[in-house]
Design a protein around this ligand. Structure first.
Ligand code: HSE
Length: 412
């Protein structure tokens, strides 16, 4: 069977490399004979590249070639990836994608077309790079009710936070180091503002709970406002700050889903996931907690997940694998302000003692935190758990302080 790749960037070139390098062993696994790479589509010039002879610039060559049964989409971005993938599926070709933006925005529609055309649309690499997570969730853990999924879903931000926690680097210094190491893009917005993690939690939540969850319905907060003072207070509290994507079932037709920095206690396995590594903790009603850990990005780890999907497509040409979710429903994801949480609050106060006494009156029980070298007018404390809207209203009434930082706390 012939394969085409759309997008010859880091992941696409990795897919070409793995398909070539492991051609013979892949042939044995596919059950359909060899998987031969026929075209690579990219608008850029790759003169002198090992794959120069099969590089093309016209998408219609792939679309109109009936010998191409599987198309790999590693272009990234929504357009024209969406139009190309939709056309391929409509033409009866299976598609494998690593593009989380595409799956999070258009997953339901593309899965429906795949179903209608009896072909496959697979995207193991879209979440967690080389970590197997989509297939385990849809197959191995299928007997479970998934109570909650939470994870470190973005390697770049985890690298930055690790540098802040372990090396005392400021956010700006750590971001620069991430860029120098090739982890963070020149424009790091999608990573540091949490959009990338948001797309990934949307895909996981859609898969686990069976209805499409769109990124615009998931409250998302990035890590740009985290300071070294917050890192120190998290240490004093007994944990670390991580960017966490979470989704939880609340009832038959309600879930909560959020991406935000969070205090994570040292008793949690997520607290020990450092550098560019990702980890996803799935709580099943029968299995208890299961943790998936590994490299969430990078050329060959991600390519390995893509090629595994290609092999799966080749094994299931006559019989489509049942895989997917239903359409979104209104008000399915609750407003984050209606979810329960507890807060860490750092603030300036002209009179710290009076401010803490007032905080106790308003919030009830609080735990006061301290750090060495704190300015005299700085206070920090954690609250008990309540609905976020109530906590925010209480914070507004605490007029004696000027809040500098409010971070959610994850208990386990
Ligand atoms: N920018 C992403 C990350 C790449 O840092 O995790 C993988 O999706």
């Amino acid at each position: 069977m012939n394969v085409a790749i759309m997008g010859y960037g880091v992941v696409g070139s990795g897919v070409a490399e793995v398909l070539k390098k492991n051609h013979d062993s892949i042939e044995k696994k596919s059950t359909l004979g060899s998987l031969d790479l026929k075209y690579i589509l990219d608008i850029r010039d790759f003169s002198g590249d090992v794959n120069e002879k099969i590089m093309i610039k016209d998408f219609n060559i792939i679309l109109n070639d009936d010998t191409v049964g599987i198309v790999v989409e590693t272009m990234g971005g929504l357009h024209p990836a969406y139009e190309y993938v939709r056309s391929c599926l409509k033409a009866g070709k299976s598609v494998v994608s690593s593009n989380k933006e595409l799956v999070a925005a258009k997953g339901y529609e593309l899965l429906s077309i795949a179903e209608e055309k009896n072909v496959n649309f697979l995207f193991e690499a879209s979440v967690g790079g080389g970590i197997p997570i989509i297939r385990p969730l849809s197959q191995c853990l299928a007997a479970n009710e998934i109570v909650e999924v939470k994870g470190i879903l973005n390697g770049t931000t985890n690298f930055i936070l690790t540098k802040m926690i372990n090396d005392g680097m400021s956010f700006d210094e750590a971001l620069k180091t991430a860029q120098e190491n090739g982890y963070a893009e020149k424009d790091p917005t999608a990573d540091v503002e949490g959009f990338d993690a948001c797309r990934k939690i949307c895909i996981l939540a859609s898969l686990i709970y069976g209805k499409h969850v769109y990124p615009e319905n998931v409250y998302t907060e990035g890590i740009t406002k985290i300071s070294l003072s917050d890192v120190e207070y998290a240490r004093a509290w007994g944990g670390v700050i991580k960017l966490i994507g979470r989704a939880k079932k609340l009832g038959e037709n309600k879930i909560s889903a959020i991406v935000s920095p969070a205090f994570v206690p040292r008793t949690s396995q997520l607290a020990y996931v450092d550098d560019v590594f990702n980890a996803i903790l799935v709580s099943g009603d029968s299995t208890g907690d299961v943790v998936f850990y590994g490299r969430g990005a990078g050329k060959l780890p991600t390519a390995s997940a893509v090629v595994a999907d290609v092999i799966d497509c080749a094994r299931h040409t006559s019989k489509k694998r049942f895989f997917g979710w239903g359409d979104a429903v209104p008000d399915y994801v609750i407003d984050h302000l209606d979810a329960e949480t507890s807060f860490y609050i750092r603030a300036e106060a002209e009179n710290p003692d009076e401010a803490l006494t007032a905080a106790r009156k308003i919030f009830g029980e609080i735990v006061v935190l301290s750090r060495t070298g704190a300015p005299k007018n700085e206070i920090a404390f954690t609250t008990t758990t309540a609905v976020e809207r109530e906590l925010r209203t209480k914070l507004e009434t605490l007029y004696m302080i000027n809040p500098l930082s409010v971070i959610r706390i994850i208990k386990d």
